[in-house]
Design a protein around this ligand. Sequence first.
Ligand SMILES: *[C@@H]1O[C@H](CO)[C@@H](O)[C@H](O)[C@H]1NC(C)=O
Ligand SMILES: *[C@@H]1O[C@H](CO)[C@@H](O)[C@H](O)[C@H]1NC(C)=O
Ligand SMILES: *[C@@H]1O[C@H](CO)[C@@H](O)[C@H](O)[C@H]1NC(C)=O
Ligand SMILES: *[C@@H]1O[C@H](CO)[C@@H](O)[C@H](O)[C@H]1NC(C)=O
Length: 176
Amino acid sequence: MEGLRRSIGWPAAALVLTCAALVTMPTEVSAVRYIVGANMGWTSNVNYTIWAQGKHFYLGDWLFFVYDRNQMNVLEVNKTDYETCNSDHPLHNWTTGAGRDVVPLNVTRNYYFISGKGFCYGGMKVAIHVEKLPPPPSSLPEKSGSLGLLSTFKGQIFVPTLFAIAAVWDSFLYLW
Ligand SMILES: *[C@@H]1O[C@H](CO)[C@@H](O)[C@H](O)[C@H]1NC(C)=O
Ligand SMILES: *[C@@H]1O[C@H](CO)[C@@H](O)[C@H](O)[C@H]1NC(C)=O
Ligand SMILES: *[C@@H]1O[C@H](CO)[C@@H](O)[C@H](O)[C@H]1NC(C)=O
Ligand SMILES: *[C@@H]1O[C@H](CO)[C@@H](O)[C@H](O)[C@H]1NC(C)=O
């Protein structure tokens, strides 16, 4: 029994150290996944120009189209076809059939999406501009200072928690 406990104890310790290392790693600015139309989703009777207004779409962000798969679809078109609601030659057909389509915004340019099947004429169209990520806002020493503080703060919460979990797991094995 003691032999088993010891042999399990080492991987648990290794797990704790790995998690601790992940927690203290510098965090990247995370990409945003926008649900097109927010709680309305991708449907008729939503003004997507208003939805997109004031939003900043950055390289690496995502658009998430949620809609009725039996009625609408998601087609990427060029500017002319966006304006005229022409779905005859989409640049990209993002429709997968699930009514839940994800579009990675991985190029800095304008993107134009419409729904075919006549819905574009009712306003089911959205145009967005994807920009490069802005440079980090503040000076380097201040930034690394606040990040360092954040890591310490996280570490103070997560590392003891992980040790506690490992300890419970360890004693569980011991009892068992
Ligand atoms: C969009 O595509 C159509 C058809 O291929 C073409 O006639 C039109 O000039 C294109 N518009 C733009 C802005 O590229
Ligand atoms: C888009 O792709 C879907 C799924 O493959 C397909 O069912 C649909 O006919 C396509 N639509 C257009 C307009 O190409
Ligand atoms: C962007 O994503 C699309 C779809 O996944 C892919 O086809 C294309 O190659 C990507 N472009 C770049 C520049 O990564
Ligand atoms: C959406 O709202 C914008 C800004 O108020 C307006 O210019 C545009 O005509 C509206 N689009 C539709 C399809 O109603």
